[in-house]
Design a protein. Structure first.
Length: 172
């Protein structure tokens, strides 16, 4: 799918820097915890496609054209549960923001089982965590939920694994 010119290059930022940036992007784009990501894709001149092809290895991909138009593809083997779908979309937003610079560079990225150790993929996953579960919001509401993972999962509309990572990030 990707040739080397279009493959996302890692930005080289730390986890903390990426989380902070992702939170800033979420604020700038008007995203609230649990907010509508599919509507946001449309607002940003993007599109989501569900691939009719089953793919055991790929979860999602993004193709960003120079100028900012983009297509996120979700693969059939995972037509994911709603909470996982949100993480996949936010992950692809990470590539858009961190690696394409909002369309300054055309890229093609595939979130796949075999490239989960790829630094650009790790950065996009980190971006998704901060984008979906901003530190300020987490610190504010975790007391209301007494750090209850299920309640926080429902509030932020993300899988438990994301909440657990973010609680570690903020020093639960």
């Amino acid at each position: 799918m990707n040739n080397d010119k279009r493959k996302p290059q890692p930005c080289g930022a730390s986890r903390s820097e990426i989380l902070d940036y992702a939170e800033e992007v979420a604020r700038d784009w008007g995203l609230i915890p649990g907010g509508d990501l599919e509507g946001l894709v449309k607002e940003l001149s993007g599109k989501i496609e569900n691939s009719p092809h089953s793919d055991e290895k790929r979860k999602a991909s993004i193709e960003v054209q120079k100028g900012g138009r983009f297509v996120i593809t979700l693969f059939r083997s995972l037509f994911p549960l709603p909470l996982h779908k949100r993480v996949l979309i936010a992950h692809e937003f990470g590539h858009l923001a961190l690696h394409s610079c909002y369309g300054e560079k055309a890229i093609g990225a595939s979130c796949a089982v075999e490239n989960e150790d790829d630094l650009a993929e790790i950065e996009a996953s980190c971006f998704a965590d901060g984008f979906l579960v901003p530190t300020g919001s987490l610190l504010e509401v975790r007391k209301d939920f007494s750090n209850d993972i299920v309640g926080l999962t429902a509030y932020f509309m993300v899988p438990e694994s994301v909440i657990r990572r973010r609680l570690v990030d903020v020093g639960k």
